[in-house]
Structure formats: structure tokens, C-alpha cells
Design a protein around this ligand. Structure first.
Ligand code: HEC
Ligand code: HEC
Ligand code: HEC
Ligand code: HEC
Ligand code: HEC
Length: 287
């Protein structure tokens, strides 16, 4: 009997154990990769929308501001998707017979909303809010990419925990003046394109981010006049307007920045950004 389980079959059994172990590990790694793959996160995928709405045409082509359609992005957790009425502001007159716009006309006639497919969708156990990000100097493009160049919407980033944490551990490299939130092409200050900022901290009733005043024209130079005129114009409405309203009576002291590193450090202090340890603690996003 002992012959049945001889040395060689023992070795075989041991080998198959090792093999099984390897297969389990490989499976685990594959599943993990899969969970992070664009196939699962839908990163980069164009959804089959009821209407092939083009941000490139409407934003870059027609010059529409994000807030024209995403009206609540500065003041609520949701940016919001525009109602059909917003489209009809123009499409009651333009492209009225286009087949592509049939679902828009149908929605307008029946009062049923257009069934847009969500491109970005966090699980319910994650807390996220646009309001704080936008008002603390994170631009739309830092999270959504060059929306103004997208013929069809897709997710530029995974929206996975690591991605959020990556910025929460070092927000400085993504902070910008609040007047540049909607500027899709913003790349931070350089020696050729410096930025000047002045902080009016401690002014009662003024939110911290809004009390920082930045400009891309030398405020002390020949075009100082231009600098003060420029601010309200850059953002059209909303944030930039608030910045202009927050300018203190005393002439502000401007500092010149030629690198994102220096500007980021300055803004972390004056926007009163929490230290990385606090910003990465579990309760921030899982409450
Ligand atoms: C003319 C109206 C309009 C303007 C202007 C506009 N959007 Fe949109 N946006 C839409 C519509 C409609 C959708 C839903 C359809 C889609 O996903 O393409 C959408 C979807 C989005 C989404 C994805 C939503 C999701 O499902 O996750 C993002 C992100 C977005 N817009 C960002 C922007 C940014 C940034 C700007 C400014 C640069 C902007 N939009 C300007 C109408 C607009
Ligand atoms: C400010 C005016 C304006 C608003 C608001 C507007 N559109 Fe348009 N839309 C246009 C114009 C102008 C064109 C033609 C663009 C071109 O071909 O250069 C167009 C073209 C389109 C097209 C044809 C494909 C393309 O992009 O060229 C679709 C589809 C469309 N719009 C959908 C929508 C939807 C959906 C909304 C609402 C979320 C909307 N539009 C809001 C002005 C507008
Ligand atoms: C810090 C990253 C970040 C910034 C900055 C940001 N977004 Fe988003 N956005 C997200 C995430 C994450 C979601 C998905 C939210 C969810 O599923 O609850 C989202 C969803 C959206 C949606 C879909 C509707 C909604 O509210 O869920 C739109 C539209 C949108 N963003 C537009 C904008 C615009 C316009 C700006 C700039 C003013 C902007 N976002 C800035 C991360 C960001
Ligand atoms: C590009 C940088 C960046 C990215 C990406 C980012 N955040 Fe943030 N987040 C910030 C900054 C800056 C603040 C403001 C911190 C402060 O004021 O102390 C913030 C604050 C928050 C807060 C605090 C809100 C409050 O009221 O206390 C939450 C929650 C949050 N982020 C969730 C997320 C989630 C979830 C994601 C990923 C889906 C994400 N963030 C991605 C930069 C980012
Ligand atoms: C900046 C925001 C943020 C912080 C801080 C954060 N998480 Fe998350 N967490 C997320 C997001 C976003 C997801 C959803 C990821 C996805 O959809 O794949 C997530 C998912 C998870 C999941 C589900 C499994 C997974 O990986 O998808 C667990 C468990 C989790 N978080 C635990 C934690 C713990 C524990 C901490 C503290 C050490 C923490 N999180 C801190 C944003 C955050």
C-alpha cells in the first residue's frame, strides 16, 4: 500500500500545492488590475449618449462658459446637468431640423428629461463636493482634463481613491488663483508668464480663498491700470466677481511668482488648506 504514495507522488502533491498557490496569486493580481483597468473605471470611454453633445463645439467653438450649463458647480456638491430649456435657448432657432437634435426636441415637447448617461459616478459611500474644490482653487481641468477639446465627453481620470489621495497629499501643485478655475489652458506661472498675488487675510466675513487677489499683469508696472480692470473680465461672473468685491480699501501688496511650486506654497497658506495628514484621513471622504 505504501507504494501508492511513494516519493515521486509526494513531490507531485507538493508541486501541485505550489502551483495552486501561484494560480491563486495570479488570479488575485489579475482581478486587482482589472479593478483598476479603464474597462472597469470607464476612464477614457465615450458613453453612447442620446445626443452626441460636443463640448468642443459649444465651449471652444461658441465660447460658452461652463457655468452657463453647469450652474451649481460653485455653490453645491453637484455641478448639475443642464435642463433641455438651456439647449432650447439656441436650438429653438439653430439647427431646428437636425436629426441629431431630435431627442432634444422630443424632450422639449413632452417635458421628459434627456436620459444622459453619467460619465463620472462615484460610489455612494464616498463623499465629494464641487463647492469646496472650486472655491479652494482647483480648476475643472485638474480633474476633468481639457473638456474644451472633447468632441464627446469622457473621464480623464479614474476617480479611484488613490487618485483623490494623490492630490490630497500634496495639493500645492494643483492650486491656482480662483479667477483661473474655468481656464482650461492654465499651466501655472513661469518666468515668461509670472503671476502676482496679494492676500487680504483676516478681513471679516471674507472666505479665505476669495481674499487672495491674483493677476497676470504686473500690478506695479506701466499697465497697473489694466490689471485692476482685467480681473472682473477674466472669469465673466461668479468667482472673479467675488474676488473683485473682496479687494480691500488699502492698496494690496503684490508678490511675484514665476513657478507653480512657489505659488502653490503661498496659496496653501492663504487659502488655509489643511495639512496633508488631515486631508487624507478616512473621515474626510467616508463619513
Ligand atoms: C451648452 C451647455 C454646456 C456647456 C457650456 C458645458 N457643458 Fe459640460 N455637459 C453638458 C451636457 C449636456 C452634459 C451631459 C452630456 C455629456 O456627458 O456629454 C455635460 C457633461 C459634462 C461632464 C460629465 C458629466 C458626467 O456625466 O459625469 C463634465 C465633467 C462637464 N460637462 C464639464 C464641463 C466643463 C468643464 C465645461 C466648461 C469648460 C462645460 N462642461 C461646459 C453641457 C454643457
Ligand atoms: C449658445 C447657443 C447654444 C446652446 C445653449 C446650445 N447649442 Fe448646440 N449648437 C449651437 C450651434 C451654433 C451649433 C452649430 C455648431 C457648429 O456646427 O459649429 C450647435 C450644434 C449642436 C449639435 C450638432 C453637433 C455639433 O456639436 O456640432 C448638437 C447635437 C447640439 N448642438 C446639442 C446641444 C445640446 C444638447 C444643448 C444643451 C445641453 C445645446 N446644444 C446647447 C448652439 C448652442
Ligand atoms: C477635485 C476634482 C474635481 C474638480 C476640480 C471638478 N470636478 Fe466635476 N466631478 C468630479 C467628480 C469626482 C465627479 C463625480 C461626482 C459623483 O459621482 O458624485 C464630478 C462630476 C461632474 C459633473 C457631473 C454632474 C455632477 O455634479 O455629478 C459635471 C457636470 C462636472 N463634474 C463639471 C465640473 C466643472 C464645470 C468643474 C469646474 C468648475 C468641475 N467639475 C470641477 C471631480 C471634479
Ligand atoms: C487636484 C487636487 C484634488 C483632487 C484630485 C481631489 N481633491 Fe478633494 N480637496 C482638494 C483640496 C485642495 C481640498 C480643500 C482642502 C482644505 O480646504 O483644507 C479638498 C477637499 C476635499 C474634501 C473636504 C470637504 C469638506 O467640506 O471638508 C473632500 C470630502 C474631498 N476633497 C473629497 C475628494 C474626493 C472624494 C476626491 C476624488 C474623487 C477628491 N477630493 C479629489 C484637492 C483635491
Ligand atoms: C480623498 C478621499 C478619500 C480618502 C481620504 C479616503 N478614501 Fe477610501 N475611497 C475613496 C474613493 C473615491 C473610493 C472609491 C474608489 C472606486 O470607486 O474605485 C474609495 C473606496 C474605499 C474602499 C472600498 C474599496 C476600494 O478600494 O474601492 C475602502 C475600503 C476605503 N475607501 C477605505 C478607506 C480608508 C480606510 C481610508 C483612510 C485610511 C480612506 N478610504 C480614505 C476616497 C477616499
Amino acid at each position: 500500500m505504501a507504494q501508492i504514495f511513494d516519493r515521486s507522488s509526494n513531490a507531485l502533491a507538493r508541486m501541485s500545492l505550489v502551483l495552486t498557490g501561484l494560480i491563486v496569486i495570479a488570479l488575485g493580481v489579475t482581478l486587482d488590475q482589472l479593478q483598476r483597468s479603464p474597462w472597469v473605471t470607464r476612464q477614457g470611454q465615450r458613453a453612447e449618449q442620446p445626443v452626441p453633445f460636443s463640448h468642443r463645439h459649444h465651449v471652444e467653438g461658441l465660447g460658452l462658459q461652463c457655468q452657463y450649463c453647469h450652474t451649481t458647480v460653485e455653490k453645491s456638491s453637484y455641478a448639475g446637468i443642464p435642463p433641455t430649456r438651456t439647449c432650447m435657448n439656441c436650438h429653438a432657432q439653430i439647427w431646428t431640423n437636425a436629426q441629431l437634435l431630435e431627442p432634444v426636441r422630443h424632450s422639449w415637447a413632452t417635458g421628459e428629461s434627456i436620459p444622459w448617461i453619467k460619465v463620472h459616478d462615484l460610489p455612494d459611500f464616498v463623499y465629494f463636493s464641487h463647492e469646496i474644490h472650486v472655491n479652494k482653487g482647483i480648476g475643472c481641468a485638474s480633474c476633468h482634463g481639457r473638456v474644451d477639446e472633447m468632441p464627446l465627453m469622457y473621464a480623464q481620470n479614474t476617480l479611484q481613491m488613490e487618485w483623490c489621495l494623490n492630490c490630497h497629499r500634496n495639493p500645492a501643485k494643483n492650486l491656482r488663483p480662483t479667477s483661473q478655475i474655468y481656464n482650461m489652458a492654465w499651466e501655472g506661472p513661469t518666468t515668461d508668464h509670472p503671476v502676482w498675488c496679494a492676500a487680504a487675510d483676516g478681513k471679516a466675513g471674507v472666505p479665505t480663498a476669495q481674499s487672495v487677489n491674483c493677476t497676470t499683469r504686473n500690478p506695479g508696472g506701466a499697465d497697473a491700470e489694466m490689471a485692476s480692470l482685467e480681473l472682473p473680465a477674466t472669469g465673466a461672473k461668479g468667482l472673479a466677481g467675488d474676488v473683485a468685491a473682496a479687494v480691500p480699501e488699502v492698496a494690496p501688496v503684490y508678490r511675484k511668482f514665476t513657478s507653480q511650486e512657489d505659488l502653490g506654497k503661498f496659496l496653501v497658506v492663504h487659502y488655509k488648506i489643511r495639512p496633508p495628514k488631515d486631508l487624507s484621513s478616512c473621515e474626510v471622504c467616508h463619513r
